[in-house]
Design a protein around this ligand. Sequence first.
Ligand code: CS2
Ligand code: MG
Length: 402
Amino acid sequence: MKITDAKVIVSCPGRNFVTLKIMTDEGVYGIGDATLNGRELAVVSYLEDHVIPCLIGRDPAQIEDIWHYLYKGAYWRRGPITMSAIAAVDTALWDIKGKVAGLPLYELLGGKSRNSVMVYGHANGANIDEALDEVARYSDMGYKAIRVQSGVPGLNSTYGVAKDKLFYEPADADLPTENIWSTEKYMKFVPELFERVREKFGFEHHLLHDGHHRLTPVQAARLGKDLEPYRLFWFEDCVPAENQDAFRLIRQHTTTPLAVGEIFNTIYDCQQLITEQLIDYIRTTVVHAGGITHLRKIAQLAELYHVKTGCHGATDLSPVCMGAALHFDMWVPNFGIQEYMRHTKETDAVFPHDYHFKDGYLHVGDTPGHGVDIDEELAAKYPYQRAYLPINRLEDGSMFSW
Ligand code: CS2
Ligand code: MG
C-alpha cells in the first residue's frame, strides 16, 4: 500500500478545526486532528508546505518510521506546531492501519483494559450559586467526575466560566480579548467554592479544578493545602510548568493530587515531573503530543511512577482527537480519567463518530480505526474564522498567564 495524496481540511462549525486526511492507492484513507487553538494556520502550513510532500509514496503501515522521519528529519525538534502536525499524520496512519486490519484502534494497541472510559464535565458559573446549579445539572446527567470553576468576586472574567453552559470556547475574538486577573482574589475565593460544593453534594463526586497556569509554586502549595479538606480528584495546571523543578516545592506541602500537561508536546516536557513523582496525572493528549505513537511512550513511562493519564479533551480538540483518545484510554493500563467537553451538534455533524456518552462514561464503538470520519462537503460550508485565545493582565497592567 502507498500514500498517494494527503490534504488539510479547515472547517469552522462554531470554532476552527484542522483535519489531515491521508489517502492511499488501495482507497483506504485515514484522518487525524491537527487543531491548535489560536494558531491553526501555522499547523496547516507546516503540514501542506513541509510534511505532505514527504509522505507521498511512503508505506502507511510504517507508522513508527514515519514518526521518526518527521521528528528527526525536521532538525528543529519539538514545539506545539511541529508535534501537532506529526500527531495528525500519526493518528491518520493508525486509523488506516485499523481499517486495513478490520480492527478498532484499541485492539491494535493491546486490547481493552476496561469496559468504558470515565470522563469529567465542566460545571461553571458566574458565582458560587450558579456553579452549584451546574454541578447539580452535571450530576443529573450522570457524571461521576465534575470540574468546578466559578467567577471570582471583584474580577470581570476568569478562566473556565463560559457564556454557554455546555460548550466552552475561549477563543472568542478576531484579536485577543484582554482579561484582568488577581491571584489574591482568586486564592481567597476558591476554598469557599469547594466548601460549598462539598456541603451541598457531599463526597460522592470526583471534583476537579483547573488553576490554568496562574500561581507561583508557593501560592500553589498554599491553595493545595487549603483544598485538602475537600478531597479533590486533582488540581490542574497550578503553575506554569516550563520549570518542572517548581513542582518539588508544591509536592512537599500538599497532598492534593496534581495534574499537568495539556500544553506539553513531548515526553521531555514531563520526564522529570513523572520520574520524580511530582505529579499524579499527565494531561498530554493525542493531538498535541505527537499522536498515539508518542502518547503511548509518555503513558508507559508514567506507569512506572504511579502517574495516571488524564487526557485533555476540551472543545477545541476535535472529535477526531476525542475518538483516537478514547481508543487510547480503552487500552492504557494506567488510565486515570478523560476530559470530555461536548461538541456542538454542528461539529458532530461534520465529524460523524461512533462513541457515545452514558452515565458518566464514554463508550467507544468497534468501527475499524478510531471510529471518526469527516463530512468534507459539510465541512466546506464552515470557512475558517480567525479567533485568538484571550490574554491576561494583572490589575496593574502587567502581562500574565492566561
Ligand atoms: C482547559 C482548556 O480544558 C482545560 O483543561 O485548560 O479548556 C484550555 O483552556 C483550552 O484548551 C485552550 O484552548
Ligand atoms: Mg486545563
